[in-house]
Design a protein around this ligand. Structure first.
Ligand code: KIV
Length: 272
């Protein structure tokens, strides 16, 4: 167990230029507690929940009720890490709705919320920050737009996309988000954004030059073998380890059963 002081939006900001900021997703009590005991400073109840836990095809199906349920479970671990909750699809269509839902996520135990998008969600971010709830930004490939955009692809290859990402990153930093997730952003651009903004950037599939990195924990531990993002190298194969271990248990138990219940050897009587 690694001792870590209670993390907040301020301690997260303080990673900038000082040390690497590791971040991982959590969806329940044991995973939150385990990763918190390791001293992971930012724990995200991501809406990737939809795919890796709830079996949806993408994040657009995750409801506010489902997010609240999983944020409560994660919060019961009382993490020292900064517990951030994703605001689910269509839960922040205007500033009032965004504040109402951010307050509900906070009441469920989140210490901050994450929203996808740039200037188009600036009024929502401002309103949430004004209500006293810290925000994390998310730019690049926005999973909540995957249906609309028809797939996952690297962002920032064209000059136009590059300019818009830079502008949005600076805007979000100016608005006051405490960290910025950069998902599938072309790596040179991710490096440039990291140099330009005063808050930590947290990359996912955006190269090595961000202030921190975030992964879906199931991808990191090989817990969801049916889909693997190309940029992840799992540190273990937990799904096949689970299947192998359960299979070994079943064989052992079947063998024990066979021995216990097989007909007793025929007793042969000899005349003396
Ligand atoms: O939902 C999620 O898990 C995310 C990522 C940044 C990992 O938003």
């Amino acid at each position: 167990m690694i001792y870590m002081a209670q993390q907040s939006e301020h301690t997260i900001r303080a990673f900038k230029g000082k040390s690497f900021l590791p971040a991982l997703t959590v969806y329940d009590y044991p995973m939150t507690r385990l990763l918190d005991e390791l001293g992971i400073p930012l724990l995200l109840v991501g809406d990737s929940l939809g795919m890796v836990v709830l079996g949806y095809p993408d994040t657009t199906h995750v409801t506010m009720e489902e997010m609240l349920h999983h944020v409560r479970a994660a919060a019961r671990a009382k993490p020292r890490g900064f517990l951030v909750a994703d605001m689910p699809f269509k839960s922040y269509q205007n500033p009032e709705q965004a504040v109402t839902h951010a307050i509900q996520l906070k009441a469920a135990g989140a210490k901050g919320v994450k929203l996808e998008g740039g200037q188009e969600v600036a009024p929502q971010i401002q309103a949430i920050l004004q209500s006293g709830i810290p925000c994390v930004g998310h730019l690049g490939m926005l999973p909540q737009r995957v249906v609309e955009e028809g797939g996952y692809r690297i962002k920032g290859r064209s000059e136009q996309e590059k300019a818009s990402l830079l502008e949005n990153a600076e805007l979000l930093a100016k608005l006051g988000v405490c960290a910025l997730v950069l998902e599938l952003v072309q790596s040179d651009l991710a490096r440039e954004i990291t140099h330009r903004v005063s808050i930590p950037t947290i990359g996912i599939g955006s190269g090595d030059d961000c202030d921190g990195q975030i992964l879906v924990t199931q991808d990191l531990i090989g817990g969801f073998p049916w889909f693997r993002p190309k940029f992840v190298t799992p540190v273990m194969e937990s799904a096949s380890l689970l299947q192998k271990s359960v299979d070994a248990w079943r064989s052992e138990q079947s063998e024990r059963y066979r021995k216990a219940f097989s007909p007793s050897p025929t007793v042969v009587y000899h005349r003396t």
